[in-house]
Design a protein around this ligand. Sequence first.
Ligand code: ASP
Length: 440
Amino acid sequence: MKLHMQILIALGLGIKRNWHIFSGIILGILAGLFLHGHQYPALLALLTFIGQVFIRLIQMVVIPLVVSAIIIGITSVGDNRQLGKFGTKMIFYYGIITVAAVTIGSILALVFKPGLGAAGYITANSASEVQASVASAMAEQQGNILNIFLGFIPNNPMHSFAMGDMVPIIVFVLIFAVALAKVGDVNRPIVSFFESVFAATMKITDWIMFLAAPGVFALTASAVSSFGIDIFASISKYLLVLLIGFMLQLCVVYPLFLKFFSKVNIGMLYSAVAEAMMVAFGTASSSATLPLTIACCEKRGISHKISSFVLPLGATLNMDGTALLQTVAVIFLAQAYGVALTPFLVIEIALLAIVASSTCAGIPGAGLITIALILNGMGLSPEQLIAGFAFLFTIERVTDMMRTLVNVTSDAVVVAAIADNENEINYDLLNNPQAYEEIA
Ligand code: ASP
């Protein structure tokens, strides 16, 4: 099947699986248009309240989810030297793909300037407040660039947990998880503990997703009611930039990557994982798609040894689509608030997007939440930018579906390259599209 047909089918499936959320968006737009220009302060306050409840609930699970996912992922590698070798290669490959994503994201966002369309909606007061915060954070950091890295090392991890400082939290958890992996079987109680934490937070996430439709409805309605229909004209450039970026990843970066590092044929690989790509689009969750990604890869000849190790880590740590979106979104916000985008700031945004995206859990909406980490590094908090965020939220679900498709596809690209390098791929199966029919 042609790639564009697969994407169309994915779109159809996505709407079918998430019809209630799509209805939330559409009804939110209609309600917002109706409310625009009318004076219903109580109703607007209620909508804002529902939207905030939804956002706070998602934020509530981020730390336990990220911590447990990293500990489970790293300890599953164990202390086996061979797995250590795959691990290094995996991080190198995931790194290349993610660096390509943030580079594409920053270039496109700087060229097309999607944030300028939103600038008119930002009050002068909040813009100058944001500009001042960024300027002082940048002055502090540029004075001593080493301080940025120093700030990544927590001198008191509990303090970082309490403050929600994601980068020091991740640094601590990574070191802790590697140590756990090294100590062998004695780690079982802790690892089992975090397996339970992970399962329970995934369950809570499931519950929170019941609120997705009303949450998205409320957020969309309150955004549209304050901005009116013009918001779509302002946001269309942002959507276009993202679309171009994602297409470049899928149609240029991955084919080149596979050509360079393996003998895998990109068309064959896409046909192998088409179903996983569609489900990724439909569920907007890399984690939920993981079982299918593994099944698609194994049915088409990638060995279980490689796929069972690389794909679960990829579904947690490799989020190049999210990194691309986060780079574009933060540059969008900077442009909307009139923050000067110096080369230093752009590089910092791109680097932080790599960290923020890999700390992001493979669940719907996580990518927009971990943007807080990038803003944090720029001396900002999401609350200061709430008017700008309202724009991004109007089309959050659609962009989530697209970036998740990209995230899952790159997991498959990397697993195929590693399997090729390790002679762990059966090319007779991979290059035989008929084999795809057999996937249960
Ligand atoms: N939904 C994305 C995923 O599961 C993560 C994100 O929100 O960017 O891959």
